[in-house]
Write a protein that binds this ligand. Structure first.
Ligand SMILES: Cc1cc2nc3c(=O)[nH]c(=O)nc-3n(C[C@H](O)[C@H](O)[C@H](O)COP(=O)(O)OP(=O)(O)OC[C@H]3O[C@@H](n4cnc5c(N)ncnc54)[C@H](O)[C@@H]3O)c2cc1C
Length: 394
């Protein structure tokens, strides 16, 4: 134990209820999640029981309406919960964020009857969701997706393969974007597909650099029949639903990135105050003190940025540009801070005896998912300068 164990993050929370909620989450994170993180990530084990616990504790539906079993918490509170979970283990924080993303389509565009029928189980009934947009040949260019849904009597038949699906093969429900019409973004419709529907199957999980406990897999839809009441929103509305889900989802990724970076900083401070070289703790050397100061400053700036975007969202104001900025800044910060943490631990940082090498491997994926950081820059630039290729001449 160091005499400089990290202090809990100083948080601004809007209500007493939110403060209690964060205390509960910190307790679950420290008692149930963090102690097994290293071993289970190494073994590639997904902690399904933790998601059951989170569901039972009301933590899988936080931003959604209490009418359907949600927690009706503002985004600024929900995101800080994600941050705490990701500090304990990214697989859990990111998993909750993806579940929330998968639930978004129904919660925001479902009919009252669809919500009554499905949402309570999705928000607090122990179910786990997955969000299916990417395909083997369409990633950043998601509007070129090829999975098809064809009308058949009073329902639909879905055929195609989704790629890189977090919780692929183990999810209880899939929110699937499929082509029902013309090429491009206007021919896409969203569907809620049960994980056990005949014809749904998950491939073997990808062998990833990090986040090995979080299964990422292709999901095949082979003649999957769903009734029309599993269609979410209007025909052709699926792509705009998918993109608005991602605006909110990116804030989740930003919060997870800040949580991961915080974990790396805490470990670096702990180590630097204990490790002695040249007769002094290495934390005495200005070269390292300035690194720690820069790491802490970038993390605090990231937290402020995602919270500012969340507060715009909570106020019902446009927040897409700020969400893209938060995703970009926070995930680049996580990459930098985790890399610096390895440096501060020296040779020990490069071994699996300490968690920072895992944090560094985990940070990388955050620059890729839910729109790569190149795509975030495109989104931000579009808000500043309009669409690419716009004619400026006569
Ligand atoms: C661990 C993991 C989990 C994931 N989970 C999910 C999930 O649950 N659901 C889901 O639908 N998807 C998921 N994804 C997919 C993820 O969203 C995509 O990987 C991402 O959108 C990039 O797509 P791609 O991998 O096909 O790369 P590509 O789109 O092929 O991009 C390759 C490179 O080209 C760059 N690039 C592409 N277009 C442009 C451009 N116009 N300008 C500049 N640069 C460009 C990209 O930034 C990238 O560097 C996951 C991916 C991973 C790795």
């Amino acid at each position: 134990m160091s005499d400089r164990d990290p202090q809990p993050v100083e948080r601004q929370l809007p209500t007493e209820e939110a403060r209690d909620l964060l205390a509960l989450v910190r307790d679950i994170a420290q008692r149930e999640i963090a102690p097994k993180a290293a071993e289970e990530e190494d073994a590639g084990r997904f902690p399904r029981e933790i998601f059951t616990l989170l569901s039972e504790s009301g933590l899988l539906g936080l931003p959604y309406s209490v009418d359907y079993g949600g927690g009706e918490q503002p985004y600024e509170v929900y995101l800080q919960v994600l941050e705490e979970l990701a500090t304990a283990r990214l697989t859990v924080g990111l998993g909750v964020s993806v579940h929330t993303l998968a639930t978004y389509a129904l919660a925001s565009h479902g009919t009252k009857q669809q919500k009554v029928e499905h949402l309570p189980a999705m928000l607090g009934g122990g179910l786990l969701g997955a969000y299916c947009l990417s395909e083997p040949s369409s990633g950043s260019d998601a509007a070129s997706l090829r999975t098809k849904a064809v009308r058949d009597g009073d329902g639909w038949v879905i055929d195609g393969t989704k790629a890189w699906i977090t919780h692929g093969g183990i999810a209880d429900f899939y929110t699937v974007m499929a082509r029902t019409g013309e090429d491009g973004p206007r021919g896409i419709t969203a569907f809620l597909v049960p994980g056990d529907a005949p014809g749904v199957s998950g491939a073997a999980p990808e062998k990833k650099m990090g986040m090995k406990g979080s299964p990422t897999a292709q999901v095949h839809f082979d003649g999957v029949r769903v009734p029309d009441d599993r269609r979410i929103g209007e025909e052709g509305q699926g792509f705009s639903i998918a993109l608005s889900a991602l605006d909110s989802g990116r804030l989740g990724i930003a919060a997870c990135a800040v949580g991961l970076a915080q974990a790396a900083l805490d470990e670096a401070v702990r180590y630097a105050t204990q490790r002695r070289q040249f007769g002094r703790p290495i934390a005495d050397f200005q070269g390292l003190r300035f690194m720690l100061a820069d790491m802490a400053t970038q993390i605090e700036a990231g937290r402020a940025l995602y919270l500012a975007a969340a507060r715009l969202r909570d106020a019902g104001r446009p927040f897409a540009k700020q969400a893209a900025m938060a995703k970009l800044h926070c995930t680049d910060t996580a990459m930098k801070v985790t890399t610096d943490a390895v440096q501060i631990l020296g040779g020990y940082g490069y071994t699996a005896d300490f968690p920072v090498e895992r944090y560094m491997r985990e940070a990388k994926v955050l620059q890729i998912v839910e729109g790569t950081n190149q795509i975030q820059r495109m989104v931000i630039a579009r808000h500043l300068a309009g669409p690419e290729g716009r004619r400026t001449g006569p």
